[in-house]
Write a protein that binds this ligand. Sequence first.
Ligand code: FES
Length: 278
Amino acid sequence: MANSSINIRQSNYLGTLRADNWWLYPAFVVFGFTSFVIYATWAAFQGDNYYFDGGLMSEHFGGYLSPMYSPLVWVKSGVHGGAPLHHAWLGEMPAWMPAFVTPAFFIVGFPLAFRFTCYYYRKAYYRAFAGAPPACAVGAVPQKEYKGETGLLIFQNLHRYALYFAILVLFILAYDAFMSFFRDGQLGVGVGSIVLLVNPILLGAYTFGCHSFRHLVGGKMDCMSCSKGRLFAWKNVTKLNMNHELWAWCSLVWVGFTDVYIRLTAMGVIHDFHTWAN
Ligand code: FES
C-alpha cells in the first residue's frame, strides 16, 4: 500500500494535500485583527468624542463613556466629546504630559496584554501572521528547530497575571454600563445604554471563559468533588471556555462598535434615541 503521508515541517511553505479552502480562516484573522488594531490606534490618538451625555456635561452621574477610554485616569478639559473633569480619577491631565497623549493611553495596555497573550489569540496570530503553520496539515514557514514558547515568547506566561487586571477592568466597564442608564442623575434608557450593557456581558463571557480562569476556579484541584461550589464554577467556566473563540471575536468587535456608536453620537452624526428630556 502506498504511503501518502507527508512531513509538513519538511514540506514547502504552504504545501498541503488539503483540497478545502483552509486559507479562509487565517485570511479572516489577518483582516479582523488588522482592522481592529488600525481603528483602535486611530481612536486612541483622537482624544475626543469618547463621551456623550446629551451635551449637558452634567455634574451629576450618568452618560456614555467609550470602553476604549475607561477607566478615565486623567481628562483634558475643553475637548469636544470629552468627559467632565469630575469623571476622571485624578482630574485634569498634567501640563507636562506630551500633547499627543490622550486618556486612552493609560488603560490600553491592560486589554492589549490580556488579548495578546490569550491562548486562543496566540493560536490565531501564530497561524495567520507567522505561518507557523498557517493551518493544520499545511506547510509552515521553515524553522531550524521548534522551540515552542521559550526564549522571547516566554512573556506569554504573563497571561495569568493579565487576567487579574482584565477582571478588574470588566467590573469598571459594568459600572460604566450601569451609569449609562442615567443622564444628569435621572434614570432612563437610550440605545447607547443597551450598547454599553452588551459590552461587559460579551467581555464577561470572554474573560470568564479564559483558560487561566478555568484553572484558577477548579482546574488545579486534585479532588473536584471535594468542593461543590468550585465544581459548579468550573463546569460553568468550561461551558464558556468551549466557545472561547466565539466570545473573543464577539467581544472584540463589540468594543470597537461601542466606541464607534459613542463617537458618532458625540459628533452629532447619529441621533441616540432615548427616554430622557435632553
Ligand atoms: S485564554 Fe483567552 S482570555 Fe485567557
